[in-house]
Design a protein around this ligand. Sequence first.
Ligand SMILES: CC(C)(COP(=O)(O)OP(=O)(O)OC[C@H]1O[C@@H](n2cnc3c(N)ncnc32)[C@H](O)[C@@H]1OP(=O)(O)O)[C@@H](O)C(=O)NCCC(=O)NCCS
Length: 189
Amino acid sequence: MSFLDTHTFLSSAQIFLSPDYLIRAAAHPWELEGARELRHQVFVEEQGIFDRHDRDGVDDVAMPLVAISTFAAEADQVVGTVRIHEYSPRSWRGSRLAVAPSHRRQSRLGSELIQLAVCTAHGRGCDRFLAHIQMQNVALFERLHWRVLREVEIHGVPHMEMQADLAAYPPIPDPFAGWKTLAPRQAAV
Ligand SMILES: CC(C)(COP(=O)(O)OP(=O)(O)OC[C@H]1O[C@@H](n2cnc3c(N)ncnc32)[C@H](O)[C@@H]1OP(=O)(O)O)[C@@H](O)C(=O)NCCC(=O)NCCS
């Protein structure tokens, strides 16, 4: 195989292996199950915040959002998730934001899920969007136009309650359509 052939082969492989991600509201049972499994991996197994499971009553009313990796242009695996719910009229919360360790700090999936979360709520009449943010993530949220309200302890872990600046999050009408985001390695091919 010549250098050119090898390069062409590697480029094709990279295109195949470095897919787009779909950012959207979870619609199919496998997406809901993928979000459930990812939350278990992150909040029970990795962070140890919960003993056996991280489900609670909010799951009965929340809308789950997901980041889905693709393989050969088809939806493949849930690699990120967050949930949103309206806890009182026009006031919303986001919670259980999680990205699979293998997909963190590379494609801004956490940031994109935050964007979908707040824009979706805004599109449904939200005028106040809050979340409890773990301390190591406060700087990330500040860069995304959130401000700190107060420090609180949740499940024995210190958090900051933060509020999103809705002006930075234009309403979107259909979170199930969502959008596609490009993996950075693919952009370099
Ligand atoms: C918090 C969490 C969801 C963030 O997900 P993520 O996909 O890594 O988020 P992003 O990629 O949007 O941003 C994370 C960082 O990577 C950086 N980053 C993202 N893409 C990048 C790229 N292509 N090149 C360089 N840096 C990049 C971001 O600038 C950000 O920097 P920071 O750590 O200095 O703030 C993820 O770390 C996670 O699941 N953690 C465990 C669970 C958790 O803490 N949940 C949140 C509870 S509040």
